[in-house]
Write a protein that binds this ligand. Sequence first.
Ligand code: HDE
Length: 715
Amino acid sequence: MKNKQQNKAAASEKDKQLEGHSESGENQFLTTNHGLKINDNQHSLKAGERGPSLLEDFILREKITHFDHERIPERIVHARGSAAHGHFQVYESMSKYTKAGFLQDPELKTPVYVRFSTVAGSRGSSDLARDARGFAVKFYTQEGNYDLVGNNVPVFFIQDALKFPDLIHAVKPEPHNEMPQAASAHDTFWDFISLMPESMHMIMWVMSDRAIPRSYRMMEGFGVHTFRFVNEKNESHFVKFHWKPLLGVHSVAWNEAQKISGFDPDFHRRDLWDAIENQNYPEWELGVQLIREEDEHKFDFDLLDPTKLVPEEIVPVIRIGKMTLDRNPDNFFAETEQVAFHPGHLVPGIDFTNDPLLQGRLFSYTDTQLIRLGGPNFHEIPINRPVAEVHNNQRDGHMRQTINKGRVSYEPNTLAGGCPYQAKMEEGGFTSYPEKVEAKKIRGRSRSFFDHYSQAGLFFRSQSEPEKKHLIAALSFELSKVETVAIRERMLLHLNNIDKNLTEEVARNLGMTIPESSFNGHLNGSIPADETPGNFQSIPVKQSDTVSEALSMANTVKDSVAGRVVAILIANGVDTSSVDIIKKALGAKGASGKLIAPSLGPVTGLKDQILTAEASFFNTSSVLYDAVIIPGGNGSIKILSENTDALHFINEAYRHCKTIALEGAETLLRATYLKEDEGVILIPSGDITQKVDAFIKAVAGHRVWDRELARKVPS
Ligand code: HDE
């Protein structure tokens, strides 16, 4: 009962804060920003109809000035993003491990705002760039905001925050000509990477299909760093956070990604928006890997090293709760652009570790908001405001919203009865975990951070054959765009420490041979120069043949088509009852079918029933759909088999390993490149009712990637 009230209170408090201003109501006059009703919004004030404009025109000046200041600086990284509202609920109390209030009671619903993003591109760049994705969650808990600011990759490029500006400068468009946009396939990125052996594990992830997701809804999320859970008794466990999507983890093909960037650069944004509008609410389970304090040094890597993951086979992921996104934002700028995440937004029961990357982040995020959001009061912007009460003596500053009453803005005081006063630990006051630190000041890193290749190898070995092939193709693509041969050579040396076969294939694609290890320059993160030179020989390479099934998307969930979009190709003469059956069957499973015809507008079916084409071969492409189905009807099949755009559409879907079903369409089949496999479903005329479920089941499998191996289809 108490929690129902709390749920309502938190939700309605957040709603109140986000209550929008609507311009569509009745009896609303157009006004200036100061409330003056405007009589003419069409003409500026002039000295005569053909005369000069007057400086006196305060209405013109107000409107133009506001317009001139509409933009704020975009995020330095993660500029391109999309977000949604939702809530989180824990499955059962985690009190044994943490006292965090939002992880105690299964009845408590905590509002969340989640922003997904790419990293390198500008605000207007394509969603489908090859890149890691940001996965930032703001929990509006009753103890204050908690932000879990993670990525869809469990590791990072670098081990120390000091290298972050270098990494980002290297990946961003090159400074002399601002090219290429939202792409790592250029010299400066690979120059830097080739000198940073510690980045090799993350390189394996970003060259894998994880970096071209099918949808934000089908991505895993990771907290990356090791954090701490702290319970009421002040006992700590190390914790790694995971988000597991209930739709499974799926991606598109690289050739497809490049084309989607042209056909619909908003592909992921649209997908998230449409899914929520259609009530296919995306869901993730929050998973934790818990490690006892005394086990900290039992791994063959350092828990503080953000370039390492803890294999799920060693420490299982326990699913502790569920997050559901069920409301689109009302205003992109006010919410998604102005939301300010920060790994330092904590609640009692969660704490940091000494991961040197995390430690640097704790400085960066407030600093960046000061410039981006214009001052120290960004926490007062509705999307950033906690539902917990805020009382402190902070005052004034740019755009202050709160009108603090009274004359006291200091502590301790007697004039305000001592308020606001400090909270004891048992009253919910935050205290840092009293970790013992005894050390000399040093600029350096622990030797336990020096193994840069083992987990890169683990990742590669754990991939399925199609995934390995994609990764090799991605590396070949990226390195072929690098003009400086010495950079490519250095990369081949690194790859050779990861997997010989991988390196040979990439070298072959680049028309190169693997060089002898001869680099004697400075490699970051190798054993320090006073012990051995910083070159390839000084980096330990361990041999192993272990694999981790959790690292391959081949082992993901494949049981849902919710939110998937299927292309239904039709032309005059189509069997409209088949179309009807397909649409209903897809709709029943939360998927949708889009009617695509040689031209937009009416399509006359059998028995003269009229359908309306929602898209045509002029304005759409197979890359925007998850699967293709061609309903029967001799007239329609004949037209489509003679239409080169239709044939290209089907062939391309086949190339991208999609499921394709054809009803009574032997002529059409013969005109395409298709060969029968588990993803090519031939339906005898009139059998659509019996076969449509088999089609939907195949679509849930996402892609028939093995087609590439068996049929030698390029992806
Ligand atoms: Fe960030 N990062 N980051 N980062 N990061 C930002 O903060 C930074 C890192 C991540 O949707 C910035 O508000 C440093 C790791 C996400 O608004 C900035 C370092 C991970 C988002 C910043 C890192 C992330 C950001 C830019 C190395 C995965 C987008 C604008 C020490 C765990 C959040 C902003 C959103 C955003 C700094 C490394 C995730 C500049 C200095 C590792 C998801 O403050």
